[in-house]
Design a protein around this ligand. Sequence first.
Ligand SMILES: [Zn+2]
Length: 446
Amino acid sequence: MTEIYAADHVLPVGAPPLRQGAVAVQDGLIVAVGTRAEVLEAHAGARVEELGFAVLLPALINAHTHLEYATYGGFGDGLPFSDWLADHVARRPRLAPGDVEAAAALGAMLCLQSGVGTIADASYAGAAVAAASEAGLRAIVHLEAFGGPDADAESVVEALRQRLAAVAGSTTPLVQLGVSPHSPYSVAPAVFAALDAFARSQGMTVMTHVAESLAELEAVADGTGPIADALRTLTRIEATGQHPIELLAERGLLRPGSILVHAVHVDANQIGLIASSGAGVVHCPRSNALLGCGTAPLVELRAAGVPVGIGTDSPASAIDFDLWAELRAAIVTARAREGRPDALLAAETVELATLGGARVLGIDDRVGTLSVGKRADLTAVDLTDTSYASTEDAAVSAVFAGSPERTLLTIIDGVVRYRKGADTERLAACWAAALPGRTRMIGTDD
Ligand SMILES: [Zn+2]
């Protein structure tokens, strides 16, 4: 059965925008992209869904999430990065069995509602695996690992291997597993190297939070400062005398398949190291701004040829999983940082959230553009009753008007996984199941 999705505007990404466009889908694959007239003529008899005054584009890729933190909104807001981190660590034991699973299920639904078809998650508890699978998301879920200089690297790897085996049965064909050494400050170099070697042996990607804050730079270089103080009860941090990017590069831990989240505090040399390694970067502008960490040099990273995607991180630091809001933040911060309005254009931002993310994750052969032969991952943004109606530039309209409320549908591998209106009750049920855990983390019953 062939299905055609037609809209007044189509943004294929990697090809010019189409007015009165359409995409034909068969067996989970894109089989045609063109004008509505062309596609309808070539696929007579297909079921046609008219999306009307909307922008149809590849389903977005949220290249850094923590689904399990869907209900952490506002915790520790305004605290310095190290104290914010300590606040999260302190609240975690208050959760009851089932809370993490309910939060992850909510997070997965909120991603779908934001037009997201693919996520790359960093998962502390492993609950994101079942959540992504049950939601029908395309995902790489990286299980987080920690280990200071006193940890036995092989034991850390063995524990991770067992955790991966425990969740492997919960995956669908769209969900892959990966490894996340949390950060160079919470994972000592020898442990990081062992985790990376294990990931390589399994063909897995490796996601790490790196060069996020100045406190991290001090912790990694000198073993001192606010992060070292905040984590003192959990781990010792050893002075390496190095910037975290140089530390990883020198040990051969930057490579294609390395997913570097944040990269806020990197200079030209460090950007060069990333670019020559084949590693990718995930830009999380709201998380970086709200935690007072800074603004990543997005323009320089892109100019150096580094694959760059965009991620919301989680409500723990970045308000919500609304990737459209993240795209607007990327534009605002890039233009403010560079002092020029063309520092990041809307079309370039759409590319970050589609093809760019796909490149970072190594899945650009399958998704990231609306191209014949790629998997059918699509979303559509309703433009009616917005300031961006009657558009001259569909990318500008989609990015500036896009929101979860305006997402008409999210299609993954040819299957409609979210539809506005039809999924209202499912969303409400996810909220109802997840919010008691939040109440427990706050520590009150009201
Ligand atoms: Zn994160």
